[in-house]
Design a protein around this ligand. Structure first.
Ligand code: ATP
Length: 291
């Protein structure tokens, strides 16, 4: 769906994106994360065909975006980081205006609007978008992105400034879009959201891609997973003792299986069993603060 090969973007002397390779498969949700100024928006804009790379190749749905971006753009929905609305229009009027710009037939546009306004829980009439809350405005902007039923969604911080409930509403909505076959590339600063929704996570630091993988793979290479079992026994063991219970901790799944087998064999009382793993935030901080 998307192939970036050795993509570099300079603004004058400033190197914003540095020899970046990124491959996105159809049907995936990929989250791009990184510090302020890391190059996320620049990368998304190049994929959306809004700016050209200084060097390297950007291909979207088999189109070379430096030669012909118009063909791919028909299938792309792009949500910018800042997306002001025409505030003297209702949501329906505003979306109808854009549907006409997209060249949608009136009937198709009305059906599309009914579906989008309904699924995004937006008010139908009366209220002007200028009177909307931040969350409602963001939903209208997302609806605009979806008007022409794009196959690829490029969303620059879709949840920026939204409360937790509205954020989760949008995350669930994006998951629904994935089940409908859409490919979604988004940037975000809320790492919990990224971990929750994305199939793969791309971490960018100073314009360079540090890693792009599933959370499981990132955790396996850069994070930690620890198993803990708590049990009671009268036997004297060498494990840590806590509140009358024995606590066995290990990162080795085989050692954990062996301990569980022992507990079962000796009929010791199992009190608790848990797995602790690094959150994306922990791994991110480690990567950002290392050289
Ligand atoms: P944020 O998380 O703050 O949105 P970002 O990762 O999206 O940041 P970009 O907006 O891609 O970062 O910017 C990357 C770098 O390029 C920054 O140093 C920024 O100042 C610079 N930059 C971005 N757009 C331009 C521009 N039009 N002209 C000059 N420099 C720019």
């Amino acid at each position: 769906m998307i192939e970036l090969t050795q993509v570099t973007k300079r603004y004058g002397q400033h190197l914003a994106v540095d020899t970046l390779d990124l491959h996105v498969r159809a049907g995936e949700i990929i989250g791009i994360i990184g510090h302020n100024g890391a190059g996320k928006s620049t990368t998304l804009k190049m994929i959306a065909g809004l700016i050209m790379p200084t060097a390297g190749s950007v291909r979207v749905m088999d189109n070379d975006m430096t030669r012909d971006s118009a063909t791919a753009k028909k299938f792309i929905g792009y949500l910018p980081e800042e997306s002001p609305l025409y505030e003297n229009m209702t949501a329906r009027e505003y979306l109808l205006f854009f549907a006409e710009l997209y060249g949608l037939a009136k009937k198709t546009a009305q059906a599309r609007l009914d579906s989008l306004l309904g699924s995004l829980n937006l008010p139908e009439k009366d209220q002007l978008t200028g009177e909307f809350s931040k969350g409602m405005k963001r939903k209208v902007a997302i609806a605009r992105t979806l008007l022409h039923d794009p196959r690829l969604l490029i969303l620059d911080e879709p949840n920026s400034g939204l409360d937790p409930l509205t954020s989760f509403f949008i995350l669930h909505y994006l998951k629904t879009l994935k089940t409908e076959g859409k490919t979604i590339l988004l940037s975000a600063h809320n790492l919990f959201h990224v971990e929750y929704i994305c199939d793969r996570v791309a971490i960018i630091k100073n314009g360079r891609l540090v890693v792009c993988d599933t959370m499981d793979a990132i955790r396996a290479s850069l994070g930690r997973r620890e198993y803990q079992v708590v049990f009671k026994t009268d036997a004297a063991l060498a494990y840590a003792h806590q509140d009358g219970n024995y606590v066995f901790r290990t990162s080795d799944v085989g050692a954990m299986a062996h301990t569980l087998a022992q507990i079962s064999e000796h009929k010791w009382a199992l009190v608790d069993l848990s797995v602790q793993e690094s959150a994306l935030e922990e791994i991110y901080v480690k990567l950002m603060t290392s050289n």
